[in-house]
Ligand binder design. Structure first.
Ligand code: SF4
Length: 354
């Protein structure tokens, strides 16, 4: 099936931020304030047709038709979990590629989980997203469009964002941050950075850069192992940025932003669920602003990983609690439609539930 659409030669407005839009409208001979009007139409109201921009002069709208485009995604596939609280989307991109996004319905609001890359090059051992390799970065507009498309499709208002879909967001830094700046702005959806969680496998220089920029995002770090020997195998980026660099960067992030860092620990039966590893994890996470989020791994058949028994998970948790570490076990959502953590992939498998 071919779903590519749109011309790539026109200026994709959703890839710009407000300052760039203002600069562009001035270059087109319009007053600067038209940039904000344009931003509100595309980012807040989600309009995809220039003719609907009723407060813009007709001649400017016709100029926009020729020079600019408002990107959009098409919903290629939609899967709803048995419980109805999780919806997984396969979105078609303008160039014919596809990415996945997820809507999670919580009692405190609606959360969109967005992808930032087509595929991923980080190669975490238990993750489905890395199976197909890396193809390209998504643009800021393509990330934003995932949220707008979910809102439109479900008729809901997204209140929280988790940047935890396919891809390593800090490996696509500029576009991911422009997306975050636009979606949290008054001309966007006004989603506070405090309600945006960004997940990283541990790109230390980018974590330090983010700390310096003080956006106040919640940082979730995919730790998964408390020592370098094990982490080198499970999260290969650890060979470049070992724990001796990663943990101080996380501590500094928490100190600079006042935000509690979430240490994500996927429990893999027989790999990282031994009691002595819980003690090592407690040592890494004590004395600074963090909490541990235990995630019984979601089965990815190609990877051959399975979650530990409930008893063993609880035992692991108890050790952390005995050390005074704040710890939670992540509530599972959407595993029956492969929408759970570590199960997203850019190529659909045969056998996905329809
Ligand atoms: S866990 Fe994240 S960073 Fe690691 S391979 Fe999967 S998508 Fe990439």
């Amino acid at each position: 099936m071919k779903w590519g659409f749109g011309g790539m030669s026109k200026l994709a407005l959703k890839d710009l931020d407000l300052a760039a839009l203002e600069k562009q409208v001035v270059a087109w001979g319009q007053p600067r304030y038209r940039g904000r009007q344009l931003a509100e139409w595309i980012f807040k109201k989600g309009v995809t047709d220039f003719d609907d921009m009723t407060n813009l002069p007709a001649d400017f709208r016709s100029q926009l038709q020729h020079e600019a485009e408002i990107t959009r995604l098409v919903v290629l596939k939609k899967l709803v979990s048995d419980s109805g609280d999780t919806v997984k989307y396969l979105f078609g991109l303008a160039d014919g590629g596809a990415v996945e996004g997820v809507l999670m319905k919580h009692n405190y609001g609606r959360t969109a989980c967005v992808s930032t890359q087509v595929g991923c090059r980080m190669g975490c051992l238990f993750c489905a997203s890395a199976l197909g390799g890396w193809e390209r970065n998504l643009t800021a507009g393509e990330i934003y469009d995932q949220v707008l498309t979910i809102q439109k499709d479900e008729g809901c208002r997204i209140s929280h964002i988790v940047v935890m879909g396919t891809g390593e967001p800090l490996d696509n830094y500029e576009h991911t941050m422009r997306f975050i700046d636009n979606i949290s702005a008054p001309y966007g959806l006004l989603i506070s950075p405090r309600r945006i969680t960004l997940s990283t496998c541990g790109l230390v220089p980018a974590i330090r850069r983010l700390a310096g920029e003080r956006r106040g995002l919640t940082l979730a770090v995919s730790l998964h192992a408390p020592n370098d020997e094990l982490r080198n195998r499970l999260v290969p980026v650890n060979r470049r940025y070992p724990l001796g660099e990663l943990i101080p960067a996380c501590r500094d992030y928490a100190a600079a932003t006042g935000r509690r860092v979430s240490l994500e620990y996927a429990l893999l039966r027989g790999y990282n669920d031994r009691p002595e590893l819980a003690h090592q994890l407690a040592e890494l996470s004590s004395g600074w602003l963090c909490h541990v989020n235990l995630i019984p791994v979601n089965v990815v058949p190609e990877r051959g990983f399975y979650p530990p028994s409930r008893k063993r998970i609880q035992y692991f948790k108890n050790i952390l609690m005995q050390h005074g570490i704040p710890v939670t076990i992540r509530k599972e959502m959407g595993a029956d439609i492969n929408a759970a953590c570590g199960q997203l992939r850019w190529k659909n498998r045969k056998g996905d539930k329809e």
